[in-house]
Design a protein around this ligand. Structure first.
Ligand code: ADP
Length: 268
């Protein structure tokens, strides 16, 4: 039989490259291709800030700068260093999530406590980067406990909130909370009034380094790894990530946990 062709689109440096692979390709070869693609992406993500950084160093070595310009250059250099730090930290988080066993039942954590923690962070981020800041509201939702790894859940929740803050224009509304669904699953949701995402991008959003708006992501310190981290955390807890979005209206991202990880508690 004719081997059917699978075409894999690779977008390493903004350029389109097409890789044709026949169906008899082994899983090992595919894994190797993904690994190479990942290394190429990481190298590119590190090279960009490094190039900018060394450009500034060379300029500062070759010309006398006014104090104000010197301070401005140092500020820009520190931004690039920060960008590399965030990237390395996200890469380490991902590799830890991929390499460690899924968390057991763990501790039972108050959903309200998780929410308060990440909302405070989001408010801080919004005041720092948006003018006017966003209107961030907590949904009172249900009072319940979720079980799992607290730091992982907090990191996934705060990734969704920080995306809402980073992609929604200042003054926009962000709404977040925990619910128990009719089928007993626990759901953390974040709704924003940002730009929304076109349907064709939705299936690829949780891929590592996939970005819809590359420049907006970079401007606001994005690494392209946030939703990959969220997906890993959800899956390690037996759950999944869902997204609904309408261009020009906004997006809702959800982390859904299985009912076995949810326990209702009476209101205080
Ligand atoms: P990044 O660090 O680039 O934000 P993510 O993995 O967190 O990476 O998100 C992937 C892409 O999905 C982003 O680059 C952005 O284009 C899009 N995106 C994520 N959240 C939102 C949102 N709330 N509104 C609009 N676009 C979003």
């Amino acid at each position: 039989t004719q081997p059917a062709k699978i075409s894999l689109q690779v977008h390493p440096y903004g350029k389109k490259r097409k890789l044709m692979i026949s169906r008899d390709v082994t899983a090992v070869q595919l894994a190797e291709a993904m690994r190479r693609d990942f290394v190429a992406n990481v190298s590119h993500e590190i090279r960009t800030p490094l190039t900018v950084l060394s450009g500034f160093v060379e300029t500062m070595q070759s010309i006398e700068l006014e104090e104000a310009d010197r301070m401005r250059y140092l500020g820009l250099m520190s931004q690039q260093a920060q960008r590399m730090q965030t990237l390395v930290s996200d890469l380490l988080t991902l590799s830890r999530l991929e390499g460690s066993p899924a968390p057991g039942a763990g501790e039972w954590i108050d959903s309200g406590e998780l929410l308060t923690h990440v909302l405070q962070e989001a408010q801080g981020l919004s005041s720092a980067i948006a003018d006017p800041p966003h209107v961030i509201e907590a949904d009172p939702g249900a009072a319940f406990w979720v079980s799992g790894a607290k730091t992982e859940l907090l990191s996934a929740m705060s990734n969704l909130l920080s995306n809402a803050v980073r992609y929604t224009p200042g003054g926009g509304r962000i709404h977040a909370g925990w619910h128990i669904r009719a089928d007993g699953c626990g759901e953390f949701f974040v709704t924003d009034t940002g730009p929304g995402i076109a349907a064709e991008h939705l299936p690829r959003l949780t891929e590592r380094f996939y970005r819809v708006d590359r420049s907006r992501s970079r401007e606001t310190g994005g690494t392209g790894l946030g939703l990959a981290i969220v997906k890993h955390v959800a899956q390690r807890h037996g759950g999944q990530v869902e997204v609904d979005s309408t261009l020009g209206e906004g997006s809702t991202f959800r982390i859904v946990l299985p009912s076995s990880r949810v326990r209702a508690r009476p209101r205080d």
